[in-house]
Design a protein around this ligand. Structure first.
Ligand code: ADP
Ligand code: FBP
Ligand code: MG
Length: 324
């Protein structure tokens, strides 16, 4: 293997830059030519692919976002789009790919490998942490810390006015961010897509809050089965029917996707990036380089996207216990 290319795809996540840097520098260190593909599968289809050098990735390890940019590509979901992508890679003589992204990116990478056979190793880049085969995904720790900082601020004003706050965090299909924010932010309740939300028990608990509680924080993952934070707040308000209780909603949104990556995300991104290149060199393909129990582990793409990554039941129990 002489030439490899790296790209970022799907929702960006803090630490993707550290991962790109590790791929480029490990590749060069091992004697490979490394190319960067702009805007994920979009750039692959358009042939927006450039040679990268060690200096190409200077001064990015501390930055959020991705210097290669990211995109969600509808065209790559079509056989015609993937054919164009393959022709562009073939023309440059690319013999290996590093795909940094989430479950969608790996689904695309798996299909592409099965059709065209270019060896591909992935790195788990998503704030959602919803990928089997790695304890944490690159960007999750930063997103949780960003959300927590906001929750702490909301708690100040919630306490000052004795209000009940519903705070919506990201997570279309996964509640990992919500659960960690719930534990770290001292929430009364956490609502996640993985479990059925029992509105009546939430209402009952809110009606019976101990008298010394001045405020309540309820963390809602955007993909909860009952709806978003605004919808759930309205349902609860309707059932409580107590004009003395004041309800507010804050949706944290895309601030969770940006900002300087935490130390954990820089280290995880760097380790996975190196793991992906070394994996390709040693003949691995159609799999992801993740970190489990502090070691690099390669998991087939089929498992990364096919196996559910469950929330830890102890974490959900912890929220109930610590909010008495
Ligand atoms: N079934 C599929 N076939 C081909 N490409 C896919 C498929 N699913 C997703 N992709 C590609 O991966 C991209 C990123 O997926 P997305 O779900 O948006 O983000 P993430 O990788 O962060 O989960 C999509 O925009 C699409 O180009
Ligand atoms: O920025 P967009 O395109 O609106 O996407 C929002 C979604 O992206 C995420 O931030 C990350 O999801 P992916 O990693 O699957 O792209 C989700 O938590 C959120 O639902
Ligand atoms: Mg995803």
């Amino acid at each position: 293997m002489k030439k490899i290319a790296v790209f970022t795809s799907g929702g960006d996540s803090p630490g993707m830059n550290a991962c790109i840097r590790a791929v480029v520098r490990t590749g060069i260190f091992r004697g490979l030519e490394v190319y960067g593909i702009q805007r994920g599968y979009e750039g692959m289809i358009e042939g927006d692919i450039k040679r990268m050098h060690s200096h190409s990735v200077s001064n990015i390890i501390q930055r959020g976002g991705t210097m290669l940019k990211s995109a969600r590509s509808m065209e790559f979901k079509t056989p015609e789009g993937r054919k164009k992508a393959f022709e562009n890679l073939k023309a440059l003589g690319i013999e290996g790919l590093v795909a940094i992204g989430g479950d969608g990116t790996f689904t695309g990478a798996k299909v592409f490998f099965e059709e065209y056979g270019i060896p591909t190793v992935g790195c788990p880049g998503t704030i959602d942490n919803d990928i089997f085969g790695t304890d944490y995904t690159i960007g999750f720790d930063t997103a949780v810390n960003t959300a927590l900082e906001a929750i702490d601020k909301i708690r100040d004003t919630a306490a000052a006015h004795d209000r009940i706050f519903f705070i919506e965090v990201m997570g279309r299909d996964a509640g990992f961010i919500a659960v960690e924010c719930g534990i770290g932010g001292g929430a009364e309740f956490v609502m996640v897509p993985e479990t059925k939300t029992d509105l009546n028990s939430v209402v009952k608990s809110l009606k019976n809050l101990r008298k010394s509680k001045s405020s309540s924080i309820i963390v809602v993952a955007e993909g909860d089965d009952l709806g978003n934070a605004d919808q759930i707040m309205n349902m609860v308000k309707e059932k409580i029917k107590d004009p003395s209780k004041e309800f507010k909603v804050t949706t944290l949104g895309h601030i969770q996707r940006g900002g300087n990556p935490t130390a954990r995300d820089r280290v995880l991104g760097s380790r996975c990036g190196m793991g992906a290149v070394d994996g390709l060199i040693s003949g691995k393909t159609n799999c992801m380089a993740g970190v489990m129990n502090n070691s690099i582990v390669y998991t087939p793409f089929g498992d990364c996207i096919g196996q559910p990554k469950p929330l830890h039941p102890d974490h959900l129990a912890l929220i109930d216990i610590l909010s008495i």
